[in-house]
Write a protein that binds this ligand. Structure first.
Ligand SMILES: Nc1ncnc2c1ncn2[C@@H]1O[C@H](COP(=O)(O)OP(=O)(O)OP(=O)(O)O)[C@@H](O)[C@H]1O
Length: 441
């Protein structure tokens, strides 16, 4: 028997080699055709594999229920028949990188049991990542599992110069795990980005500020910064900012100013419009806070208390008035996370534990958006929750220091608006360098 298998496999390999020799696989057209065939074969294999093995996997994972039924056998007493009730695999669809399963609960099964099955399913099929989301119909009893079989965002990509058009509604930050572009909504949203040290928060920060650059230049967006780590991060692109606060007092001033702007705008808009629409001269105000904890957890008690009060007020009133906050933080501890509910979108980069994932994305989210499983080497990768409640994995494009400086010098904020923080230049060693580099002030 074994010999027959060896001979068959050997024969097939010989045939494949002969075909490759005849069709010369180095020709570009042949390479494309072979890649296409390989993709079709791979998708067919995935489809078959999931269809064939589904019931066995569901049973081993304890999702199915076994029932033993006794039936009468003609003239010779009774016999036991075993019956399984399995969650129903309604459809299997494949794409170039992923398999999506639509599964319906079996009778008497809670939807939550099926949803909690996602990590086991992903491990069984060696998926690189997974997500669970509700289908368009029958969301009460059916769930969609997307298993990423080939990780399209494994290789990092580098950001390019932003499109030279004014954009404030949303910005292009990178790719979704499907390979499609990932746009982050900026208008009408307060954004919280959380990730351990070295997880790649900088790519999100500069992706947001850098993509707003053309709007900054025409004063359709004004970006202010708070960077209590000595201005280290924001200084690199200082010309893009209208002001950068580097001390607790300056940060409080900025927060008060933002609350006042939001209040005045809300008053202006009352009865006229529900949402502010940014335009040159009537800008979107963006407050970028690098390391939120240095303001709400590590600062002096007085500053901390006042900053928290102002920030909470800002987060609860401002977004319709065209005043938004983008905050970045390493450590999702209580002092910071207290405010999480007030942020309208949260991005979770690599975190240290499932508990942190639940803290950042919401209770019970760890199995659906496992940010604690992101590898150290996958900087810039994060989990998000989309508007429809489904989760997705994304990877931001990398912003090099050189690109940040180039964008900042090409699109500086209006020079007459720029009033870099009132701190003495001697207090800000990095700032002076950047001001000269940017050439704006
Ligand atoms: N999108 C990305 N793709 C690939 N590599 C990246 C990406 N973003 C960052 N990196 C790499 O990861 C390193 C750390 O990134 P970054 O400084 O943004 O992390 P961080 O989360 O801001 O860390 P910290 O909180 O300690 O400042 C960078 O120097 C870069 O080499």
């Amino acid at each position: 028997m074994n010999e027959t298998i060896y001979v068959s496999v050997g024969g097939l390999l010989a045939l494949a080699v002969a075909v490759l020799v005849v069709i010369k696989p180095t020709r570009p057209a042949t390479v494309t055709a072979l890649a296409w065939l390989a993709s079709i074969a791979r998708r067919a294999w995935w489809w078959l594999r999931f269809r064939i093995t589904w019931k066995g996997v569901a049973r081993e994972a304890g999702l199915s229920k076994r029932r033993t039924k006794r039936v009468k056998k003609m003239g010779v007493g009774e016999e036991s028949i075993e019956r399984w009730r399995d969650p129903r695999l309604k459809s299997v669809t494949t794409s170039a990188h992923a398999v999506t399963l639509k599964v319906r609960t079996r009778r008497g099964q809670a939807l939550a049991d099926l949803e909690a099955f996602a990590p086991k399913l992903a491990a069984t099929y060696s998926a690189d990542a997974y997500r669970v989301y509700p289908p368009k119909r029958r969301a009460g009893s059916t769930v969609m599992f997307e298993l990423v079989m080939r990780d399209l965002i494994k290789t990092p990509t580098v950001a390019g110069m932003p499109e030279p058009r004014m954009q404030t509604e949303s910005v292009l930050l990178g790719r979704r795990q499907s390979g499609k572009p990932f746009h982050l909504q900026i208008e009408q949203r307060h954004t919280l980005v959380v990730g351990a040290s070295g997880s790649g928060k900088g790519s999100f920060l500069w992706g947001i500020v850098g993509s707003l650059a053309p709007a900054i230049k025409v004063d359709a967006a004004r970006v202010y910064g708070i960077d209590l780590k000595g201005g280290m991060e924001l200084t690199m692109g200082a010309p893009l900012f209208t002001q950068i606060a580097v001390t607790g007092e300056q940060a409080l001033e900025r927060l008060r100013e933002f609350v006042a702007i939001a209040d005045a705008r809300t008053e202006e808009l009352r009865g006229v419009s529900r949402n502010h629409k940014p335009a040159p001269g009537d800008p979107l105000y963006v407050l970028v806070i690098d390391e939120l904890a240095s303001l709400t957890a590590y600062a002096d008690q007085d500053i901390k208390k006042e900053a928290e009060r102002l920030l909470k007020r800002l987060l609860s009133i401002a977004r319709a008035a065209g005043v938004v906050v983008c905050a970045f933080v390493q450590d999702p501890r209580k002092e910071v996370i207290d405010m999480r509910g007030l942020f309208t979108q949260t991005i979770a980069l690599r975190l240290r534990s499932a508990m942190e994932t639940n803290m950042v994305l919401g209770d019970g989210m760890a199995p659906f958006a496992p940010a604690h499983r992101i590898l150290k080497a996958a900087q810039g990768t994060a989990w998000i929750i989309d508007e429809d409640g489904s989760t997705d994995r994304i990877r931001a494009d990398y912003w090099s220091d050189d690109l940040i400086r180039r964008v900042a010098s090409l699109y500086p904020a209006e020079p007459e608006l720029v009033t870099i923080s009132d701190a003495a230049p001697d207090d800000l060693p990095g700032m002076q360098l950047s001001l000269t580099d940017g050439g704006a002030r």
